[in-house]
Write a protein that binds this ligand. Structure first.
Ligand SMILES: Cc1cc2nc3c(=O)[nH]c(=O)nc-3n(C[C@H](O)[C@H](O)[C@H](O)COP(=O)(O)O)c2cc1C
Length: 368
């Protein structure tokens, strides 16, 4: 049995395999409500065979959206639209489904990537952004307003309210977005948090308050995970040692898994992107904090994914672009390792053993 296709338990959940569809913004919502695009997207991901699919960064307030097209869980309309999409997912697979919950902070009010990905211009309905300190993400970005302590209390409430909506929709897992330079990570990073109050002297304070409040309302038998950064890739920024200290606190709160990512705190960081370039961070957090971790970042080959798990560098592998590129990635990996997996019955005849008159594998693409 491969590690990749061995089950894993996260709280009361059992994932059939270690492959996770990484959260991916689709920028296709209307005032936070999932659209027809999401119905197709969730349907496609439900067929993937991945042990867990995590819905895109979904925002706890309207102002917390990155773009006008980002999903939210701040209204009854948002909740109803998402419940419909999840119902479609449930009609296809028994594999669990999770949702990432977050707030963009100073990176909010920006254009969708295919319209530029920059701060919204004056004629594009921009909005006032908020952050730990009034420091813009980069040149040309909005200057955020520093959050007051009252507003921070309100935001903890917004994270809890969104978590309760996710619970009502019936998600199996919630993942807190505390990475990639969004609000919770802005509090953690010295590059974005220059406060002099207790939220600056103890930069973990606000994200830990959010995580603890979410843990309190999220059922123990469903999984509560978090995505963190291991580094800002900048001198004077957040470091792997900080990530370990944070992970230890998160474990104490009762977080069930940690996805270890990096970067996106400031636009000018130099990131040494290469296959598996963040895996070492996952290994460090896993070993030094004693938590289940998920590795992510340029992992696209099943053999590579298997080696990471076999070497004890992670407990799960998250994939974003490789699975968008090939939503049948899991089927093909199972085939390569000789593992039998469940297909949606409507598609079951693509299994190599069922090709009529042939015991051979399905015809392969011709080499380019
Ligand atoms: C289209 C797209 C949307 C993304 N949206 C999110 C998101 O909502 N939340 C998040 O934490 N990361 C997001 N990411 C980052 C991915 O989850 C992943 O961490 C990153 O792409 C590296 O993995 P990969 O090399 O397998 O693509 C997104 C990536 C892509 C390509």
């Amino acid at each position: 049995m491969t590690k990749l296709f061995s089950p894993i338990r996260l709280a009361g959940l059992e994932l059939a395999n270690r492959i996770v569809v990484s959260p991916m913004c689709q920028y296709s919502a209307d005032d936070g409500c999932m659209s027809d695009w999401h119905l197709a997207h969730l349907g496609s991901m439900a067929c993937s065979g991945a042990g867990l699919f995590v819905v895109e960064k979904t925002n706890v307030t309207r102002e917390g959206r990155i773009t006008h097209g980002c999903t939210g869980l701040y209204s009854d309309h948002n909740e109803a639209a998402m419940a419909r999409a999840v119902q479609i997912y449930r009609g296809i697979t028994k594999n669990p489904i999770g949702i990432q919950i977050g707030h963009a902070g100073r990176k909010a009010s920006s254009q969708v990537p295919w319209l530029g990905g920059k701060a919204l211009g004056a004629t594009e309905s921009p909005w006032q952004t908020v952050a730990p300190s009034a420091i813009p993400f980069g040149e040309g970005w909005h200057t955020p307003r520093e959050l007051s302590r009252d507003e921070l209390r309100g935001l903890v409430g917004a994270f809890v309210a969104a978590t309760l909506r996710a619970k009502r929709i019936g998600f199996d897992a919630v993942e807190i977005h505390s990475a990639h330079g969004y609000l919770l990570h802005q509090f953690l990073s010295p590059l974005a948090n220059r406060r002099t109050d207790e939220y600056g002297r103890n930069r973990m304070k606000f994200p830990l308050e959010v995580a603890a409040a979410m843990r309190e309302v999220w059922p123990k038998e469903r999984a509560l995970g978090i995505r963190i950064n291991a580094t800002d890739w900048m001198d004077g920024g957040w470091t792997p040692e900080d990530a370990v200290a944070y992970a230890r606190e998160l474990k104490r709160i009762g977080i069930d898994f940690i996805c270890v990512s990096s970067g996106a705190t400031v636009p000018h960081a130099k990131i040494p992107a290469a296959p598996g370039f963040q895996v070492g961070f996952s290994e460090k957090v896993r070993k030094e904090a004693g938590v289940k971790t998920r590795a992510v970042g340029l992992i696209a080959d099943p053999g590579h994914a298997e080696r990471i798990l076999a070497a004890g560098q992670a407990d799960m592998i998250a994939m974003a672009r490789a699975i968008l590129d090939n939503p049948r990635w899991v089927w093909h990996a199972a085939e390569r390792f000789g593992v039998k997996i469940d297909y949606p019955p409507q598609y079951a005849r693509v299994q190599p053993s069922l090709w009529p008159g042939s015991k051979l594998a399905r015809p392969q693409r011709e080499p380019a």
